[in-house]
Design a protein around this ligand. Structure first.
Ligand SMILES: [Zn+2]
Length: 319
């Protein structure tokens, strides 16, 4: 946090044929934040909706502290960066190209998604930008990189369906998809809402893990497999918790989803988030959320450790 501000610059990287960006993506600059509206933090779940408007050009002579870049741009990969692309013939299963780049799992031995490659790509882009003296973009790529690394610690991004549930729904595919979407997206809504409430245990868990990661000299790539395996093991208990606790009421929220549509599933689910939050955080359920709090604390110690070691690995480039 003590690093001096870096000048804000336009990205000079041209189009990369090996790593296309979503056609609707624009590099926005959040350095000049102008409040434009007041969104209710407990009701607003569409990432594109902001309290302020941003410019598509860097501020004249502007500079910003690196830690702010890390924070400001870490949600960028969930906007249009990875949407509307054709990456793989099987990407329907992750709801489109967005999910394909943010997830990685196996079903019956087959591999789906490329979350690991997304993480490695952004890490390489960050290292290259720093080497070439484009520090601002080094931090922006590193910020994107933290997103993919954290996604790989999200149980629902590395595991999607327990075998027995798959077998039980062999002839009711839509019902299965709705249940899986309700649990996965319900969990995302739960975590986001808790952050906005300022959940102290999440902060403590992340800080604790991050300090550990910072002080160990392990390479995050060497820890990646075991990190993803631990996240994988955490999926089933959370999935069953969602289906047992909120059941049909939560699944019905996602009935408007069209899994055959060309609109990215990530965009469709966002529209259901408000109603999902109403179910999960209703007075009836409030008292039973501690299971999810504890499970998430554990996940965040792990995520914090990986982020700490990732950022620590970039420290030599700052000296
Ligand atoms: Zn993501």
């Amino acid at each position: 946090m003590a690093l001096p501000p870096v000048p804000v610059t336009r990205n000079s990287d041209g189009a990369d044929p090996h790593w296309p960006l979503g056609p609707r993506h624009v590099d926005l600059f959040k350095e000049n934040f102008r409040p434009a509206r007041r969104l209710d933090p407990f009701r607003s779940y569409v990432y594109g909706h902001r309290n302020g408007d941003f410019s598509d050009s860097p501020p004249d002579g502007g500079s910003i502290e690196p830690w702010k870049v890390l924070v400001l741009y870490s949600t960028e990969p969930d906007l249009y960066l990875d949407c509307d692309l054709l990456l793989d013939g099987k990407q329907k299963i992750t709801g489109g190209s967005h999910g394909w780049r943010h997830m990685q799992f196996r079903i019956l031995g087959m591999r789906f998604g490329m979350g690991r490659e997304s993480f490695l790509h952004q890490r390489e882009m960050a290292a290259r930008a720093f080497r070439e003296g484009h520090d601002y973009w080094g931090w922006r790529y590193l910020s994107r990189c933290t997103h993919y690394l954290a996604d790989l610690g999200n149980p629902f991004h590395v595991s999607v369906v327990p075998a027995e549930l798959l077998l039980r729904h062999l002839f009711s595919r839509r019902r299965l998809l709705l249940k899986l979407t309700a649990a996965h997206h319900g969990y995302e809504v739960f975590v986001e809402r808790r952050f906005r409430e300022g959940q102290p245990s999440f902060r403590e868990a992340l800080m604790y893990g991050a300090a550990e990661g910072r002080d160990c000299s392990d390479d995050p790539i060497a820890m990646l497999d075991s990190y993803m395996q631990r996240a994988h093991r955490r999926m089933k208990p959370i999935l069953h918790y969602f289906l047992d606790q909120f059941g049909k009421e939560l699944v019905d929220v996602f009935m408007t989803m069209d899994h055959g549509s060309d609109v990215d599933a990530s965009e469709q689910t966002k529209l259901c988030s408000g109603k999902a939050a109403d179910v999960i955080f209703s007075d009836r359920h409030r008292s039973s959320l501690s299971f999810l709090d504890r499970a998430t604390d554990e996940i965040f110690i792990d995520v914090g450790r990986m982020l700490g070691s990732l950022i620590n690995g970039f420290a030599p480039l700052q000296r």
